[in-house]
Design a protein around this ligand. Structure first.
Ligand SMILES: [Zn+2]
Length: 65
């Protein structure tokens, strides 16, 4: 992996090893399925991002049932 550090932590001025590979733009949002759309995240950041995406997706997918 070219970027062994968590991208989100790096953005926040922290240094954490990336343990997860993450799609910057989710495939469901039209993101590319290649290395230009991938970043490394640590467990914490990956969990938070997944939660946020799950909430967004649920809101979008829920067609009033
Ligand atoms: Zn992180």
């Amino acid at each position: 992996m070219r970027d062994p550090l968590c991208a989100e932590c790096t953005r926040l001025g922290r240094v954490s090893l990336a343990t997860q590979r993450d799609h910057i733009v989710p495939l469901a949002e039209g993101g590319a399925d290649d290395h230009t759309n991938e970043q490394g995240l640590c467990d914490d950041c990956h969990r938070e991002k997944s939660l946020a995406e799950a909430l967004t997706g649920r809101r979008r997918a829920g067609g009033g049932g």
